[in-house]
Design a protein around this ligand. Structure first.
Ligand SMILES: Nc1ncnc2c1ncn2[C@@H]1O[C@H](COP(=O)(O)OP(=O)(O)OP(=O)(O)O)[C@@H](O)[C@H]1O
Ligand SMILES: C[C@H](N)[C@@H](CCCCCC(=O)O)NC(=O)O
Ligand SMILES: [Mg+2]
Length: 214
């Protein structure tokens, strides 16, 4: 199975979640890998996913496009005199997806992050035809960001596997907040605590999807 891990913003826990998910899949015996096709401002995310993936491929395969400036890829690439071609990114991802049983592809920033003057992250996911998992950090304002993200994904006809409400304990996500999301969009939700406090538990809906894919 392949899932695209997107978020409501940068810094919401996409890497943290993808890292735990890939490690979990591997402990279950799946040949799983985490990809970070595009990164800016360093390769830390890619290195984390590389470690979770037991370095089953090279760092360059896992993270083929990287730019030093910590900005939107469209800007970081131009500052280097480069341009991100959507088809090149798609090709690099498809090559990896074909070699592993379980793949978590981490996006970059939020859902509409610009990859170039022409393309957004959404366009990449559209041509990949893979379902998304949305990670939302539950700091105040997350409901608005979550609704905006969900609505845009659905409008693009992309399937949503589920929503991760990350570090929910810090805000104390209340039952009504969950109800507001569930009744409006009818998507599976998982609450994820701080990994320092409690061990990772794979959301049941992701678990079911993973075993069904074999
Ligand atoms: N559930 C969690 N438990 C502990 N730490 C977390 C958790 N979620 C996120 N963090 C921490 O919060 C910070 C931001 O998370 P992370 O790097 O995963 O965000 P991101 O969405 O991948 O950001 P980017 O857009 O830069 O890729 C990191 O220091 C990460 O370790
Ligand atoms: C620098 C950040 N950490 C991240 C890029 C975030 C882009 C945000 C773009 C924006 O919406 O302004 N890079 C990355 O995930 O590789
Ligand atoms: Mg990240």
């Amino acid at each position: 199975m392949t899932v695209f891990i997107t978020g409501t913003d940068t810094g919401v826990g996409k890497t943290a979640f993808s890292y735990e998910l890939v490690k979990y899949w591997r402990t279950k015996g799946y040949d799983a890998i985490g990809l970070k096709p595009i990164s800016t401002g360093g390769r830390e995310d890619a290195i984390k996913l590389w470690e979770a993936s037991d370095r089953r491929t090279s760092l360059d395969n896992l993270n083929p496009f990287y730019f030093p400036e910590p900005m939107a890829p469209a800007i970081a690439a131009e500052l280097e005199g480069k341009f991100i071609h959507l088809m090149d990114v798609q090709k690099a991802i498809v090559h990896m997806v074909g070699s592993f049983s379980h793949v978590a592809i981490e996006g970059i920033g939020g859902w509409l992050t610009p990859l170039s003057r022409k393309w957004l992250l959404r366009d990449l996911v559209q041509i990949l035809h893979c379902p998304v998992v949305i990670v939302a950090h539950t700091r105040l304002g997350y409901l608005n960001h979550t609704f905006l993200t969900i609505e845009n994904i659905l409008a693009a006809d992309i399937s949503i596997k589920g929503l991760i409400l990350n570090q929910y304990a810090s805000l104390g996500v209340v039952p009504m907040a969950i109800e507001l999301i569930e009744t409006r969009y009818n998507i599976p939700i998982a609450l994820i605590d701080d990994f320092g406090k409690s061990p990772f538990r794979c959301p049941q809906w992701l678990e079911d999807a993973a075993s069904n894919s074999l």
